[in-house]
Each structure stands twice: as structure tokens, then as C-alpha cells.
Design a protein. Sequence first.
Length: 144
Amino acid sequence: MTPRLVPLAILAIAAAYLWAATRVPLDPWSADEAVNARTFPLACGALLALFAAGLSLRGVSLTAGPGRYGPLAAIVGCILAFVVAIPCIGLWPALGLFLCAALAVLGERRRPVLLGASLGTPALGWVLVEALLGVYIHPGSLWG
């Protein structure tokens, strides 16, 4: 397998995702706004395409040692726990727990970083989404 095959496959996925993002239907009143339902998917697709293009130019090494699958399995477990926790405890607490667990799995041990990321990111998300934009996100079945 060549070192450019995987990034080119990711680039193809990004192109398909960008095409699908342009097909997101918009309401007539949101079509003229600068930020609408297509903005975030287009930004994510463009970033994925940009990173994949950079990796395809550089090439990637696809060698994985036996000790590399443990952290991968732990991150997959964190993601699954995050998905299960959202309906129970809500998005923002689940995001905080996910970030703390994922950073710990990836080797971060500094308490200020763990607490800052796991408390700051959900707090900032709550302020931006719920307080400033006024978007209601269900708090989870545990809280109400």
C-alpha cells in the first residue's frame, strides 16, 4: 500500500461530504444569512479536505506496532460512552467527561489542562450555542 493511498481515499470522502453538504436544504429565510445549516458541514469538509491534501503530498507511514491498538480501543470506548451519555446527562456534561477521558487516554496528566479543557470547552459551547444563539439543547433525562 502506497503512503498516499489512504490520504487520497480520505480526500475522496471529504469531496463526497462537501458535495452532500451543499445539498443540505435551507429554509427561505435562512438562505440569505451568512451562517446557516450548511456552514458547519462545509467548514468541516473543507478542513478534512485540506488536511487530507496535505497528507497526500507528504505521504503517511502506515506501520503500527502492537502497543498502538490499546489507545485506539480506549478512544473508541470513550466515543461510545459519549454517545450513550448524551441522552442521559446531556450534551455539555457528556462532552466534558469525554474530553477529560480522551485526554487522559492520550497521555495528558497535567490537572490544569485536563480540568481546563473538560470544563472550559463545554462552558464555551454552552455560552455560544445556548446563551448567544438561543438554541435549546435538551439537558438530558437525568436533569429533566
